[in-house]
Write a protein that binds this ligand. Structure first.
Ligand code: NAD
Length: 408
């Protein structure tokens, strides 16, 4: 998917064949075997991955994912998207992504800690605050980042908070980092409703994946007047056409660890949920959810891609024939996370920390600039929002590579 999208952009930008390979192939791809002791006394070996896409503009930056389906190809695609996302928002980073093929829900806390520390140890030759900086993604959180920071710091002999972002605030994390991605989604959906002349108070919203990003986006959109009518997680979805009470849902999740079974709602599968009539549809879970099979059937006005890669290139072809569906492409829609990760890294390097208002204000300013540039380009060249966003990102990396030249 990432390569297909890149080829389309490269054709659009008329990038010479000789330059395409440099932009496309990842600089470093690592696979590591991670043996750990399980609580039952046996030993298990997990597979870990890290892909650093390009190192032209600074260190690489990208999340770490714990999910059973993680594999090198997926991580490489996610790393490439991170490169365009960072370039698009003007961050001095290349893209990276990492992951461990595991089900974090089936591991105890101590097993997760041993796995995280072993992965960090294996990655030490390839990471560093000026080399590659990790962050949370699907299935990972602040605690995982704290263990990574500790493992790296023990190796260095002093505390190195800038080795990861998305840490607990007490360890050098940034205020507003946990909420940043979902908050950014809320901000950009708001801008899209303005652009389309939609009244937020009349917007029914459906969210697939009620995790960190999905839940924060839900509260952010609800605060702006939208009605959240359906949400889901890995166990299934819930639907109430009169709107879900998000505070009651929070209590239900705290007690049951899932949205499924929420009393004031009807159950709905993840597949059905994507087809519910609504104004705002937010996929916030996994890749490849909007496909050739359902792209013609989704019934939203705004498709806000909070997840990475939720729409396949085949689905894009169908959606490009449906001008009534406005797409906020993933590399813009979920960029809030990496922008505040960048703020966290900057704060750690200078050991000087900002208040939350300053963080949110700076975040919205960066998103506003990117939003305006992409919307203008899309309208001016009459191209889809995804192509506009990717063009901006790819062009910046291409120009940087050109002026740096080819070593040796
Ligand atoms: P998370 O682990 O906090 O939440 C993921 C949610 O998706 C959970 O509710 C999980 O149950 C649900 N889910 C998993 N498999 C599912 C399935 N098959 N169907 C429906 N729901 C399913 O992860 P997150 O940090 O919220 O990340 C969500 C998405 O956002 C990912 O695609 C991630 O790459 C992207 N993203 C996250 C950040 C960030 O800052 N956390 C930044 C940019 C992009």
């Amino acid at each position: 998917m990432a390569c297909q999208q890149f080829d389309l952009v490269a054709d659009h930008l008329e990038i010479p064949e000789a330059e395409r390979g440099r932009l496309k192939y990842p600089k470093r791809s690592m696979t590591v075997a991670l043996p750990i002791h399980l609580d039952n006394g046996t030993t298990a070996v997990f597979s870990g991955y890290r892909v650093q896409h390009h190192l032209t503009l600074g260190p690489t930056k990208g999340g770490l994912r714990y999910h059973p389906d993680v594999m090198l190809g997926e991580v490489a695609a996610l790393a490439m998207w991170m490169s365009w996302k960072c370039a698009l928002t003007g961050l001095p980073y290349g893209g990276a992504k990492g992951g461990i093929a595991c089900d974090p829900n089936k591991l105890s806390k101590s097993e997760l800690e041993r796995l995280t520390r072993r992965y960090t140890q294996e990655m030490i030759p390839f990471i560093g605050p000026q080399v590659d900086v990790m962050a949370p993604d699907l299935g990972t959180n602040e605690q995982i980042m704290a263990w990574m920071m500790d493992t790296y710091s023990m190796h260095e002999g002093h505390a190195v908070p800038s080795i990861v972002t998305g840490k607990p605030v007490g360890l050098g994390g940034s205020l507003g980092r946990r909420e940043a991605t979902g908050r950014g989604v809320g901000y950009l959906v708001n801008r899209a409703t303005d652009a389309l002349g939609l009244d937020m108070n009349k917007c029914r919203t459906v969210i697939q994946g009620y995790g960190n990003v999905g839940s924060v986006a839900a509260f952010s959109l609800a605060r702006n007047g939208a009605k959240i009518i359906a949400v889901s997680d890995v166990n299934g979805g819930i639907h109430n056409s009169n709107g879900l009470d998000l505070w009651k849902l929070e209590k239900h999740i705290a007690e049951n660890k899932t949205v499924a079974g929420f009393p004031e709602s009807e159950p709905v599968t993840n597949e059905q949920l994507l087809l519910l009539p609504c104004e705002i549809l937010v996929p916030a879970a996994l890749e490849r959810q909007i496909t050739e099979a359902n792209a013609a059937k989704i019934k939203c006005r705004i498709l806000a891609e909070a997840a990475n890669g939720p729409t396949t290139p085949e689905a894009d072809v169908i959606l490009n024939q449906r001008p009534e569906v406005f797409i906020i492409p993933d590399i813009l829609c979920n960029a809030g996370g990496v922008v505040v990760s960048y703020f966290e890294w900057v704060q750690d390097l200078q050991s000087f920390f900002w208040g939350e208002t300053e963080v949110v204000d700076k975040l919205f300013r960066i998103l506003e600039t990117a939003w305006t540039q992409i919307l203008n380009l899309s309208r001016k060249q009459k191209i889809p929002m995804r192509l506009a966003a990717m063009s901006l990102g790819v062009k910046r990396v291409q120009e940087a590579k050109k002026v740096r030249g080819l070593f040796p």
